[in-house]
Design a protein around this ligand. Sequence first.
Ligand SMILES: NC(=O)c1ccc[n+]([C@@H]2O[C@H](COP(=O)([O-])OP(=O)(O)OC[C@H]3O[C@@H](n4cnc5c(N)ncnc54)[C@H](O)[C@@H]3O)[C@@H](O)[C@H]2O)c1
Ligand SMILES: O=P(O)(O)OC[C@@H](O)[C@@H](O)[C@H](O)[C@H](O)CO
Length: 440
Amino acid sequence: MTAPIDRSTHPEPRGTRPRRIVHLGLGAFHRSHQAWYTARANDRDDWEITAYSGRRPDAADALQAQDGLYTLIERDDSGDHATIVGVITEAVDGADVEHLARAVSDQRTALVTLTITEAGYQASEEGAADLERLASAAEGRCEAPRSALGRLAVALDARRRSGSGPIALVSCDNLPDNGGVLREALRPLLEAIGGETVAWAETHIGFVSSSVDRITPRATDADQEAAAALTGFRDACVVVAEPFADWTMSGDFPAGRPDWESAGARIVDDVEPFERRKLWLLNGAHTLLAAAGPARGHAYVDEAFADPVVRSWVEEFWDECVRHLPEGLDLDRYRSDLASRFGNSAIRHSLEQIATDAETKLRVRIVPVLDAERAAGRNGSGAARALAAHLATLDGIDTASPDRITLRAALDRIAGTPVDDAVVDGCLDLLDDLVPLSAP
Ligand SMILES: NC(=O)c1ccc[n+]([C@@H]2O[C@H](COP(=O)([O-])OP(=O)(O)OC[C@H]3O[C@@H](n4cnc5c(N)ncnc54)[C@H](O)[C@@H]3O)[C@@H](O)[C@H]2O)c1
Ligand SMILES: O=P(O)(O)OC[C@@H](O)[C@@H](O)[C@H](O)[C@H](O)CO
């Protein structure tokens, strides 16, 4: 017999905490990572989270119906461990920009965290339309922005007008220098609002860069059944993650922050080496697996990684990465832990999910390794294989007789700059390796 989960059936108190975090992009990862760290911090009773969904209201509606409560299942081959997390006290449709502006301009709010995906920071049609919307709002016409950063810009301007003081913005998306990328992506939106807003932002916003790590695949119906069996509660917002978690940050928190170190997070002077280690070794390898695994007949990370041929491709890519990562990062240990994490067959991480926005990810996780290897006089075939495998998935590229011009155009687009002939040749050679597992 299971009961629906909410704050009348579960003893988590309602929002009475004195400090606030606003989150943009209420997905699985926020719940397995930043919310979980906050819920485990020594000063957890001082902090609550108001979380906004990104592109649709569904995630917010479902979580709000449970008063923000959800089950986190930590899973590995030894079994499941369930915790009910109550630190999110309000979940709101991200389209409710007035609500967001009220929350961000509330004096109790000290920081905004973001998991809006890598694409959320890129120039887009939606972002361009928001620039026009914000500029016309300055002339007295008013239409709410639709991009996450357009909405954030409006909310920050509301904070400026309310005189609530400085605030930190903490990007938690898998991008190099994510705090710097956020600063640059926000700038034109703040400029469209007006010069006073830009000047205020320069002195009142702390941009925090962070390296975030916890493998959190999309949950399934079977995960909901597992949660009910473990806790006795019906939960439509279950999150499943691996036991491992890491959060390393650098930057200013001018209005304070939870004692996240007490929950295992690290605050460092320079997050870049940690970020590069994680983005290349973990996310780069995921990007390689997502591109090359399906060609060998695999659908999940653990399956692809158990294929000795694919594993040798990942090891070759890792060998290339470690040659260009700083010393002192315990790379052997990181790499062997990663091999265990990828081999966790209880976590079903779909290659199709990881393959979303593949070219953006190849550009920042694979191309820099290829460039570094080529600059050192090697061919970088470990990194190039991820490019070749991606090319093989594109419409218009016939792997049996690939057209060099089409291939080059795709490589130029991915790299964001014209590539050398040798890179095109290298990818052409590697296409032959993508033989399905079942092939004789
Ligand atoms: N899942 C993980 O294992 C993991 C680990 C580390 C980092 N991350 C980072 O977190 C991000 C989100 O992962 P998730 O597992 O929560 O995904 P998810 O699909 O569960 O949630 C994604 C959230 O981002 C919003 N969104 C999607 N596209 C957007 C866009 N273009 N602009 C603004 N918002 C957008 C969605 O509406 C949703 O709220 C990843 O893209 C990655 O950068 C995820
Ligand atoms: O969409 P991406 O590539 O940024 O993320 C997909 C996975 O690589 C990612 O979610 C990892 O599981 C995560 O970064 C682990 O911390």
